[in-house]
Design a protein around this ligand. Structure first.
Ligand code: PAF
Length: 284
């Protein structure tokens, strides 16, 4: 496995692979890799001849006052995870390699990005769409792998790929959880022992919603109320949002009569965590 820092080195390597007729998968990450990332790399390795993992803490998707500086970084550990999983190339650029002086072209989206995380993180998806577009142009993968944990991001990227005719297959992969239910996240490292326990309220409240749905509840409002009520019982938790939206257009729904995304962002102390689940009626 090679680690490279420049766009040219990636292009050279991918060109060589293409000459041999090999397919290429891309796993875009911000590093500090955990089991969730590993599942994306595993999937890419199983579906492509070669896998590129990008490790880049993208400054333009962080708003003022967010955790850009403190975002955890550990390249040696990341390299070990990638190597074990069978990745072939890590692209680990400096910010100046991705955003040269005078950089002023951004990819933005008029739909899907205003609600959910977009409400409190207004520039976030512009930053994500821009960096992911750049990575797609640099790596030119056949397939790219994203976690369902960032459900809005997955929907946004799928939409962008269609709008801008990237011709890349976007593969969404299931949320990976700790044994006790907490969704894996690089930001879990911010939690102290008490907060770690408190953070279980996210998955617990989603499970309460799921049970209601499985017992026949079809009013989105009732499901949302039950989830909110459970989160509010946890004194360390402060809700950013709990929303139930149509999985196709991310617009709020009243009835649970189609595939819906139940998504939440909750502060546990100072750490903002997200979690979600998809609900849909299955044929009997
Ligand atoms: O999901 C992430 O880690 C990031 O948003 C991504 C897709 C790597 C873009 O920086």
């Amino acid at each position: 496995m090679k680690i490279v820092n420049t766009v040219n080195e990636v292009r050279e390597q991918v060109r060589a692979w293409r000459k041999e007729g090999l397919s290429v998968g891309l796993v875009p990450t911000m590093g500090y890799l955990h089991e969730g990332h590993k599942s994306l790399i595993d999937r890419s390795v199983s579906e492509n001849d070669r896998t590129v993992v990008s490790v880049f803490v993208n400054p333009i998707q962080f708003g003022p006052g967010e955790d850009l500086e403190s975002y955890p970084r550990d390249m040696d550990r990341d390299a070990a995870v990638c190597e074990t999983a069978g990745a072939d190339l890590i692209f680990h650029p400096e910010p100046s390699e991705m955003y040269h002086e005078g950089f002023s072209t951004f990819v933005d989206m008029d739909t899907l990005t205003g609600g959910l995380c977009g409400k409190t993180r207004p520039i976030h998806f512009r930053g994500v769409c821009t960096v992911v577009s750049k990575l797609f142009h640099i790596v030119t993968p056949d397939r790219a792998y994203f976690g369902q944990k960032d459900a809005q991001q997955l929907a946004v990227i799928r939409h962008m790929v269609e709008d801008l005719s990237f011709g890349i297959e976007i593969v969404g992969c299931p949320i990976v959880r700790e044994e006790d239910g907490l969704a894996k996240s690089s930001r879990n490292t911010y939690l102290n022992e008490e907060e770690r326990k408190a953070a279980l309220v996210l998955s617990r409240s989603l499970n309460i919603g799921k049970e209601l749905f499985e017992n026949g509840e079809r009013e989105a409002g009732k499901l949302k109320d039950a989830i909110v009520e459970e989160v509010q019982k946890e004194p360390r938790a402060k809700i950013d949002y709990v929303e139930i939206v149509d999985w196709k257009n991310l617009e709020p729904v009243e009835k649970l009569d189609r595939e819906v995304l139940v998504a939440m962002a909750v502060y546990i102390g100072k750490t903002r965590l997200i979690d979600n689940m998809l609900l849909h009626l299955t044929e009997a």
